[in-house]
Design a protein around this ligand. Sequence first.
Ligand SMILES: [Zn+2]
Length: 130
Amino acid sequence: MTICSSCGRADHLSLVTMMYAGPRPDSEPDDSDDPRLGRLLVYCESCRIEHLHNVGVSIPLQLVDEDLLMALYREGITASEPETVVDLILDWDAPGLAERLRDASVDVMPLSGIPQGCSSKFPTLGLVGR
Ligand SMILES: [Zn+2]
């Protein structure tokens, strides 16, 4: 079962990226301090709001599927350890998914098809302002 990475609650969950550095989507990517690199976590609504200043991407958990995870890795939105995300954060029984995430190509997949209800501070996701 997927639960909040912070408090353990199991309802109103969202997949979020917690940015290591501040939200600076306009800055030049830098290996040591890339603001796009976020740690993938699952937060309930209250924990998400509590940490909102540091949340890069927020996607309601029911909208998260393999294609979307692959896109987050391809886009460089997250660099979280795939095994940790699949086995511990999401607690999904998805054989081979971690390997596929690790191998995700650098081809950028257009994310304009992401459903309403998601939010992102990254212009490349085309979700700004929602
Ligand atoms: Zn929580």
